[in-house]
Design a binder for this molecule. Structure first.
Ligand code: L34
Length: 253
């Protein structure tokens, strides 16, 4: 795990990831670099980790400081060690539907859906948000399970009209209380990917939980919903990376 700078939210997430590794018996190293770290220095570290034999997975926590180009860094991570599934090679595989690494947050959402006994097939699925980390891969994963998928974003007209049709609604916007009860169909499955810190330090998602809970068929809370699932999926990818890399060396047959 590589963390650059001192964003308090990133600190919490990385600590949670470290803790999960410890609980599962996965060896982990943390590289906490100062905010002034240059892109060249970070690239050098990534390159070193690419070649480090006792490391099977590399995760560079986002966001990075503004002077570092995130795409440049992601492109430098070996696709075989890319446990976030952010490298273009892995993103491409997700698009095709034949992939080694699941994108952690969208996969966590899918796991919640499956574990709740909900089928995606033929459902109206609406994803609000089109980020490379969540919105886009989320839409793909719902599509692979035969959902009818709509992606909404900041330029979408008549947003509420579209979200109101959703059987499965995934909110990944980054704005507290963005999804209100009047935007939701009765009985809908509402999955809240948002992670917003209010001025009073309270952590909330993108969904007005109290109001939407009354309507929803199923709903995820924040905290204690998608966040911990993201970490669980990261652990899954890390184990997979280790198995694949050991396979290559002929250790597993
Ligand atoms: N490279 N950067 C990279 N990979 C990722 O997968 C992430 N993400 C997102 C931000 N940047 C990243 C995460 O890890 C978001 N994210 C993440 C991970 C864990 C939690 C939240 C976001 C989490 O543990 N949430 C807890 C509460 C945490 C708190 O108290 O602040 C929860 O219960 O939702």
């Amino acid at each position: 795990m590589v963390i650059v700078g001192d964003d308090p939210a990133s600190r919490v997430y990385v600590n949670n990831k470290k803790k999960a590794c410890g609980e599962l018996g996965i060896y982990s190293e943390e590289y906490a670099l100062p905010a002034e770290t240059t892109e060249a220095e970070l690239l050098e570290l990534v390159e070193r980790l690419n070649h480090k034999n006792d490391i099977n997975g590399i995760l560079v926590q986002l966001p990075l400081p503004k002077h570092i180009n995130e795409e440049t860094i992601i492109n430098a991570i070996s696709p075989k060690k890319d446990v976030d599934a952010f490298h273009p090679v892995n993103v491409g595989k997700i698009m095709i539907g034949n992939y080694d690494f699941v994108p952690c947050t969208p996969a966590g959402v899918m796991e919640l859906i499956h574990e709740s006994g909900i089928s995606v097939e033929g459902k109206e699925c609406v994803v609000v948000g089109r980020s490379n980390i969540v919105g886009k891969p989320q839409a793909m994963m719902l599509l692979h399970e035969n959902g009818t998928v709509t992606i909404c974003h900041s330029r979408t007209k008549n947003l509420a009209e579209i979200t109101k049709k959703a059987d499965i609604l995934v909110a990944a916007v980054g704005k507290a209380n963005f999804i209100t009860a009047d935007m939701v169909k009765e009985g809908a499955v509402i999955i809240d990917v948002g992670m917003n810190r209010l001025p009073d330090k309270k952590l909330v998602g993108d969904v007005d939980f109290t109001a939407c809970e009354k309507l929803a068929g199923a709903i995820t809370p924040v905290p204690g919903g998608v966040g911990p699932m993201t970490i669980a999926m990261l652990m899954k990818n890390t184990v997979k990376a280790a198995i694949l890399q050991n396979d290559e060396k002929g250790a597993y047959v």
